[in-house]
Every structure is written in C-alpha cells, then in structure tokens.
Design a protein around this ligand. Structure first.
Ligand code: DGY
Length: 345
C-alpha cells in the first residue's frame, strides 16, 4: 500500500516536487489559493494520512490529531506553529517540524518597509498620486516623521519586543538609520546584554520611550493580547506600532480606539487578530498601513520554506528525525515508539 502525504493547501512547486519524488501519493486538499480548507475534509483525510503538511491557516488540534492513527509527523509550512497543538502532538507521539531561520531577513525587511511606510505616509501619498490629486507641491504636503536622526540631531528610539532571530535582524538594520534600539525579551536577556545592536529595557519603559514599537515575539498564552489599552496608553502619542508577528498579540478592538482617538500616531500591521478579518473600524483608520501577512513573501523565501517543509515531511515519512523538529523530546517518548511500532516499516 502506498504511503500518503496530505497537504492542506498547495505549497510552492519546489516543495511539491520533493514530496512527489518520495514515492508517496500526495493529496492536496485545497488548490485554490483564495479558498480555505474544509474542516470536515481535513478530518477525514488525516484518518489515513502518513504525513501531514499544514499551513498556518489550518488548526491542527487535539481532535484532529487523535483521528490520525497512522500519522508519522506534521510538517508546518511556517516558522510559527501556534496553529498546531504541539502538546497534544507530543502526547500522541507525533513529531512536528517547522521552517526556522529561512524567513528571518525577509521578515525583517518587511518590518522596515512598514515602519518607513507608516512614518512617511507612503500608502496615503501613493493613493493621492493615482487619484490624480497632485496639483501643486507645497511645504506641508504629506508631512511625516523622521526615522533616522532628523535635523534636530536626535536619535529616534526603536523598541523591539521579542529578540529572537527576526527581532535581532530588525535591530541590525536600525544601525543604518542611526537609531537607538531597546529590546525586551525575558528569554533573551543575556543575548540582549551581549548585543551591539540593542540595549535591554523593561517592558513598560520600552513602551514609554520608543518612537517605534515593533513586535517579534512568539504567540503564547503570555503574549496573547500583550498590547492592550494599558500598553497603548503607555506609548508616546507620537509613536508607531508595527506588528509582523502574530495578530493575537494585539487587542485589535482597543487598537482601533487608540488609532481613532490618537493615543498613538499610527500602526502598521501584517497580521490580524482574527485573520483574515480585521476588527470593525480598523480598515477605516487613516493613520495605519495594512498588508496581508506577507512577511515571508518573496519568491526565494517561499520556495525555500516549501523545500524545508517538504524535507521535514519526507523525513517523517521515512521515520527519521526531521531536520527541524519543534518537539524534539517526542523522539525519546514511549508514545512515539508505540506509534512507530504499530507501523509496518
Ligand atoms: C511564519 O512562517 O510563521 C510566517 O508567519 C508566515 O511565513
């Protein structure tokens, strides 16, 4: 009987080639890039799947994993894996892998694109041009804020929350803008202390002193709604909030009020609390810039994510340790041995 890899939604061709070359049959549940995966179809497909390749749009929860009696592993096409109940997978002896590292620089670039876009009002100015409204240059046309040192010679402060790979790459880029960088990440205190690109700041101090606050933490129970009313009110009125991490880190309904009532100068968002939906009123906020979760969206990065996810998937298929497991401990567990022991390999 041929082995079966279930891919929830189509991934780029370089990854699909690797999956097909494995000799397993490859079932793509959703080929339409704009359409979601039907939950019932996914529940039924995992029942006899040997490997699951998932996107961050699918909820791989306990109920789904419990049905997947033959599953040798899950390969997520993303570095973030908050869409997967990793604790449940570990308990059931199922290895989970992700695509770390590959999108660091690409996502840091987008952070800067958003930061510059909101500070210099690029989308507003672009729309003004394409609407044919540019009639006369004037000294007050689209005034924005300096990112680097302005004529006052003052350093602007960038506050980075989450100093993992992406946070660090964002900090490195700030050097070119001669910014002061402060960072908060309880798990990376030593790395921040050792860094030449950032100095440690307590969370509230970071919010109080930063001209730009950029989120790069992992989504966990501790970071869900990390930014709510208290935090937005601590920020400077002239400060901007940037989020390329996960939407649930911001209480989006409160952010709408903050933008409407000018508690802060603006926000630039790549991710949303109830993605793809946006909180009511958010789209109408003129002091904000929105893009549709494109942090890693370059040809080379997405192709590389596909090959990494597929390589992880094929390792699962062959009952080998995946190159990028997120629950390493599973390989030493009785649940894994029991699961693998049941397979005819
Ligand atoms: C990820 O990989 O976690 C990003 O959000 C999408 O590329």
């Amino acid at each position: 009987m041929s082995l079966k890899i279930v891919v929830t939604r189509r991934i780029p061709d370089p990854g699909l080639r690797i999956l097909r070359d494995s000799g397993a049959s490859v079932l793509i549940l959703q080929n339409n890039p704009r359409a979601p995966v039907d939950r019932a179809a996914l529940m039924s497909a995992v029942a006899d799947a040997d490997v699951l390749v998932a996107l961050l749009t699918e909820r791989i929860d306990d109920a789904l994993l419990a049905r997947a009696k033959r599953l040798r592993g899950v390969a997520n096409f993303a570095v973030g894996y908050n869409n997967i109940d990793v604790d449940a997978a570990t308990r059931l002896g199922i290895p989970v892998a992700n695509t770390p590292g590959v999108l660091t620089e690409t996502t840091a670039d987008l952070t800067w694109a958003l930061l510059l876009a909101i500070a210099r009002r690029i989308p507003e100015a672009h729309n003004y041009m394409v609407r044919g409204e540019y009639q006369m240059w004037g000294p007050e046309l689209f005034l924005g804020e300096d990112v680097g040192r302005g004529p006052d010679g003052e350093h602007r402060t960038l506050g980075i929350i989450g100093f993992g790979r992406i946070g660090q790459a964002v900090a490195r880029r700030a050097r070119g803008f001669d910014m002061r960088v402060v960072a908060f990440d309880p798990n990376m205190r030593d790395a921040i202390a050792a860094s030449h690109d950032a100095e440690w700041s307590e969370f509230d101090d970071l919010l109080r002193q930063s001209d730009f606050v950029s989120l790069h933490a992992l989504l966990t129970d501790e970071t869900r709604h990390l930014i709510g009313e208290r935090e937005l009110r601590l920020m400077k009125q002239r400060a901007y909030l940037i989020n390329v991490a996960r939407g649930e880190m911001i209480d989006e309904r409160v952010l709408v009020r903050a933008l409407q009532e000018d508690w802060i100068a603006g926000a630039a968002l790549d991710v949303y609390e109830r993605e793809p939906a946006m909180a009511q009123g958010l789209a109408e906020c003129r002091n904000a810039v929105f893009v549709p979760h494109i942090g890693s969206a370059t040809h080379s990065t997405r192709n590389r994510m596909a090959t990494m996810a597929a390589t992880n998937a094929v390792a699962h298929l062959n009952v080998q340790q995946a190159p990028n497991p997120v629950n390493h401990a599973v390989y030493d567990s009785a649940a894994y041995r029991e699961r693998i022991g049941r397979l005819a390999v």
